[in-house]
Design a binder for this molecule. Structure first.
Ligand code: CMP
Length: 138
């Protein structure tokens, strides 16, 4: 099934000059980049985007990290894009991420984990709308 998913190259990976390397893995992995923005997320945006984690102990720190520097947000499209991109990223906890994955290469720890990928079709739809509202994707 052709799907779309939201990718965020997080401030840690951007600071390590990882944008191009993440995009290369996306493209070599058979996914298309169909929209992209380079921006600095505001506190309100971070709190909104990660709203489902509001009650978690790491919520405040996570929002501080996500606003600590610019991020590269993009929409990816392809066959099983949601699961495919999560394979490319590796496990959320970089200590458990397979060798060669984005998180194994760029992540510091489970919070500063280099990149985000949507986890399901419904969250992908919401997350894409969050950063690309009403936008016709190419
Ligand atoms: P992400 O894929 O962006 O989705 C939620 C984020 O919360 C996750 O990546 C991590 O950055 C962060 N996160 C998840 N679990 C933990 C945890 N146990 N401690 C700190 N941060 C976490």
């Amino acid at each position: 099934m052709i799907e779309r998913t939201l990718s965020i190259v997080k401030p840690d990976a951007v600071a390590k000059h990882g944008i191009g390397k993440v995009l290369a893995r996306i493209e070599e992995g058979g996914l298309e980049v169909v929209a992209g923005r380079f921006l600095r997320i505001t506190r309100a945006e971070a709190e909104g985007f990660y709203g489902v984690h509001r009650e978690r102990p790491f919520f405040n720190d996570l929002c501080t990290f996500m606003t600590s520097g610019p991020v590269f947000v993009s929409v990816l499209e392809g066959e099983n894009a949601i699961a495919r991109y999560r394979e490319i990223l590796g496990a959320t906890d970089p200590a458990k991420a397979a060798p060669g994955t984005v998180r194994a290469l760029f992540a510091t720890d489970i919070e500063k984990n280099a990149a985000h990928g949507s986890d399901a079709p419904e969250t992908a739809r919401i997350e894409i709308g969050f950063f690309f509202p009403g936008c016709e994707l190419v």
